[in-house]
Design a protein around this ligand. Sequence first.
Ligand SMILES: [Zn+2]
Length: 208
Amino acid sequence: MSASHAPPVQRLVTELAKLPGIGNRTAQRLAFHLLRAPAEDANALAEAIVEVKEKIGLCEVCFNLTDEARCRICQDPRRDHELVCVVEEPSDVIPMERTHEYHGVYHVLGGALSPIDGIDPEDLKIAELIARVRGQGANEAGPMREVVLATNPTTTGEATALHIADELRRVAPEVTVTRLASGLPVGSDLEYADEVTLGKAFAGRRAV
Ligand SMILES: [Zn+2]
């Protein structure tokens, strides 16, 4: 890190370096790119960041990202509202949608169980999922038919899937609970899976 940057430049470098996958060198390169760019381009980027933080919130039903009270998927009557796919993060919805194999709705947990990091069941949207599955969610939908556990094939993702499967067996034994088939790269995130692999993992899902 150079101490020779003017403070505003250093501030930009520091903020850019907080982004995932951006080290200090890349942050400096991006900062200098922005300094060279026309003012309207740099302003457009700044405004896009402000707008997304102001306008985007979580869907009241599934906790996916939305600029309305309910996301477009939850509002879509053509989707199967008795089939729910449980994912860790909003970014995991995108690869599932890209498969074109899945026509149900989603439930975004907001992370995965990780006792070491202090992430317990009550820190995730698990109670909200159970309520939805039993037909007692924020929407007027009836009970669910099937819950597809599509948490990441990582230690924390597997632990989360097991926990939810246990809970559902206890409180909603009539619902089918499935897990994506193996074949996804172990230890990686759903968002990096290609749509063919993910589509196959969905088609080959098994009861748990
Ligand atoms: Zn939604």
